[in-house]
Design a protein around this ligand. Structure first.
Ligand SMILES: Nc1ncnc2c1ncn2[C@@H]1O[C@H](COP(=O)(O)OP(=O)(O)OP(=O)(O)O)[C@@H](O)[C@H]1O
Ligand SMILES: [Mg+2]
Length: 362
């Protein structure tokens, strides 16, 4: 057994690899504040997101790596995080305090985009991230209802203060005008409203700002994805072929504007009978995974059809917060972590290859 020294600790931790970034946690500079007190050791592991899917495994592996080579008493590992930033000139100009922006999109309506956007935002906040949510669907704002928010945002120092609930900052046209009024707006007014949701809203410091887009891939959606400086997008689809064809259209739209797709979420994947547990694949199954393979993007996960997901939306209590349905909540929490991991991967690639990024921006 080796002696307890900082050098030996760092040497031992080199066997612990981040499975997404493909490097060890010492090389990644994750190991911080190594403190040795007699036979006891403490240090921090600073991850690139608090919503890390392998947070617990990394902690356990680190302790094992130390104990197997070093003669040590107590080992105290604190898991911390510092979310990496997507750097882009356009984003720094309009959203300087926001580290990453994510669009939740779908090729067609009614696939559960807003439900997914709300639950992902709340799940990321639940893991400890600073999160905002923009209802960019100005023609059919559903975020106020799904977040259980009413009233009007305040104005402070000439800037709109986002509403806040469940640890998420929220802005929607639904807080500002009668929804019937927005229905007749033309495209430029719709994208103008979303522009104001970026420039005129006091978002402060955020790790993730999630945009719930209107359904489809028409002119309005294309204008929006050009207007919003996006780190990347999530495409929501149901499993059947007709919906998947739409998911592909969504993918092509983001490709056109050079926005990476972080992955596909398959919603309404199957119905699990609450009485007998039988799994009924109402809209077919596995299509999201096939589409992800075909488009060479990650598959982030599948969400079942579950009455309480709908009820959670209608009553403004997202399912990820409902203690009665932890199985369904955990499914969505895992998808949020998979998404956070994809964002970290993308930011690490950006850091490793700044020259390529500059070329893309020109
Ligand atoms: N997994 C699910 N299980 C049960 N109900 C769901 C699920 N996902 C979404 N829903 C319900 O389906 C309806 C449509 O969902 P949602 O409004 O999120 O879709 P959308 O894609 O945002 O629609 P739009 O295109 O109109 O914006 C809502 O009533 C919602 O509660
Ligand atoms: Mg919607």
């Amino acid at each position: 057994m080796k002696q307890l020294t900082e050098a030996n600790v760092l040497e031992a931790l080199k066997v612990v690899k981040d499975p997404d970034l493909h490097r060890d946690i010492v090389a990644l500079n994750f190991v911080r504040n190594v403190k040795i007190d007699g036979r006891n050791l403490s240090f921090d592991i600073e991850l690139t997101t608090p919503a890390c899917p392998v947070r617990d495994e990394l902690k356990a592996q680190s302790e094992r790596a130390i104990r197997s080579t070093i003669d040590v008493g107590e080992v105290n590992i604190e898991m911390t995080s510092n979310v990496t930033r997507h750097t882009n000139q356009q984003k720094e100009a309009v959203l300087p305090g926001v580290r990453n922006t994510i669009a939740v999109a779908s090729g067609k309506g009614g696939v559960g985009k807003s439900t997914v956007a709300v639950n992902l935002a709340v799940a990321l906040a639940k893991d400890g991230a600073k999160v905002g949510l923009v209802d960019a669907d100005v023609y059919g704002p559903s975020i106020p209802l799904m977040m259980g928010l009413t009233g009007r945002p305040m104005v402070k120092n000439q800037r709109l203060q986002p509403m806040e609930k469940y640890g998420v900052k929220v802005m929607s046209i639904g807080f500002l005008v009668d929804p019937m009024q927005a229905v007749i707006w033309r495209g430029p007014m719709a994208s103008g409203a979303v522009k104001q949701f970026m420039s005129d809203v006091d978002w402060g410091e955020l790790d993730y700002l999630v945009f719930d887009l209107p359904p489809g891939t028409g002119d309005i959606q294309l204008t929006l994805v050009q207007t919003i400086p996006l780190t990347g997008a999530v495409i929501v689809t149901t499993p059947q072929d007709i919906s998947l064809a739409d998911a592909r259209k969504g993918f092509v739209m983001f490709q056109k504007v050079n926005v990476p797709v972080f992955g596909i979420v398959e919603n309404m994947s199957y119905y699990a009978c609450t009485h007998c547990g039988h799994r009924e694949e109402i809209f077919d199954n596995g299509g999201g995974k096939r589409a992800a393979e075909e488009l060479a993007v990650p598959f982030l996960g599948e969400i079942p059809i579950f009455t309480s997901i709908r009820v959670g939306g209608d009553t403004g209590k997202p399912i990820v917060l409902d203690e009665r349905y932890t199985a369904q909540g955990d499914i969505i929490q895992t998808i949020a972590r998979n998404l956070a991991a994809q964002i970290s991967i993308r930011n690490a690639q950006q850091e490793a290859a700044p020259a390529i990024d500059i070329q893309l921006m020109q």
